[in-house]
Ligand binder design. Sequence first.
Ligand code: 2BA
Length: 147
Amino acid sequence: MISMTSRDFLEMPIADLIISSEKVAHVQLGNNAEHALLVLTKTGYSSIPVLDAGYRLQGLLSMRMITESILGLDHIEYEKLDNIKVNDIMETKVATLNINDKFQKALDLVINHAFLCVVDDEERFVGIMTRRVILKQLKKHIYQFNA
Ligand code: 2BA
């Protein structure tokens, strides 16, 4: 049976654990693949959110999606980068949390995703919750629980 302490932990609000949107590297709808490649390379992240002009989450973009879009039969067609829009190559199925969700939902989702995008009630992007932050909280809880 689950103890109250663990239940409280799982029901903890996620709001304090979010990396806020201004600190999250992202690209915008309409940006081309060359710009996205630059952002991914400079930040070092393997996947980042795609937002619209109203800061609403539209998808995710990774290095692999860009590489696949310029893969020719026997060479990489770098000259295509300029004409490809992130809209055409991004993943639109995104693991998302609402700002009012509890830690348990994040824990369930983060098993299959390195980070989770967080939106408010108007679907505006407010930030991300990373696997690192979630694991740190889990570790803290396990250590305190067993102390
Ligand atoms: P990845 O880019 O594949 O990064 C995997 C892990 O490598 C990160 O785990 C982090 O521990 C480390 N790492 C990678 N690039 C880093 C950097 N520039 N500075 C510091 N550490 C770095 P998490 O921190 O759990 O992040 C999970 C995923 O969340 C990242 O996967 C990335 O896709 C995304 N992410 C994290 N912070 C971000 C940010 N500020 N902007 C955009 N995306 C971010």
